[in-house]
Design a protein around this ligand. Sequence first.
Ligand code: BV8
Length: 247
Amino acid sequence: MQFGPLPSRLSSSRSIVVLTGAGVSAESGIRTFRDSMEGLWKDFDPATLATPEAFDNDPATVTRWYDWRRLGCLAAEPNPGHTALAAFEQATVAKGGRFTLLTQNVDRLHQKAGSQNVVELHGSIIAWRCTKTGEEVTPPPQPMKEFPPRSARGGLLRPNVVWFGEMLPPAALAAADEALDTCDLFMSIGTSSVVYPAAAYIQLARANGAYTVEVNRDETSITRFVDISLRGNSGEILPELIKQLQE
Ligand code: BV8
């Protein structure tokens, strides 16, 4: 694959922000949200499942759906795209650079692949929390036995994800803003860029003069704003691109 001046641009960047979405985990067998064919939202309406109101109205159905997705995430393995991003971070930090991985994904595959500085903008489906005490728990890697599940203190357990209408974790927002303020390279990978505030990060990066790159199988609403948009699967493009950094 030919990437023109991009490998040297990535190699010379000193403060890198990468934003990932469900597309990065697609080649690990985890369904994306908005893909017309097999996307999660094709079979499930997010408004009826990924909101606090949905949980309040029908906690059994919502937690059953999340436990099904949780088990899929636990069974999944990082793909070459995840591994390439971990190698890119390592190479950047080894040269004294900064690398921040902002992910909208809740599957923790970036961490499984070895990425270190990961900011979970939308929380994690692997961790759950008691709605009574706020205590965080990590359920065992087996199907839950009751829906809705309850904590030892008797409170309902919910996934530690950020639902629509919920604030993102303040620490995640602060980390994202701080990294975006100083980045000289911003990469948006495998996201349809429709969910805010993450969808606005490209504009923040551009306003700060960062060089912007998109890697996506399809065109998105930000394709026209980036300096270069690479069309294809991130699990194929990223390993090839990162290999050329090291040549
Ligand atoms: C909030 C967790 C304050 C749960 C999710 C303006 C400002 C602020 C908020 C809003 C605003 N306008 C509207 C809002 C409200 C809302 C929002 O953005 N709505 C959208 C629909 C318009 N935002 C919120 O509610 C956020 N909260 O801002 O709080 C507030 C509150 C109320 C009102 C105002 C402000 C909370 C948002 C988080 C919601 N939680 N998930 C769960 O997992 O169930 S969102 C969900 O969508 C996922 O987290 C996911 O990360 C996110 C984005 O989806 P993508 O990751 O992009 O996935 P998608 O399928 O869409 O796209 C995949 C892409 O990959 C595609 O482009 C595809 O072509 C590509 N692809 C596929 N395969 C590959 C590939 N690319 C490369 N290689 C491949 N192999």
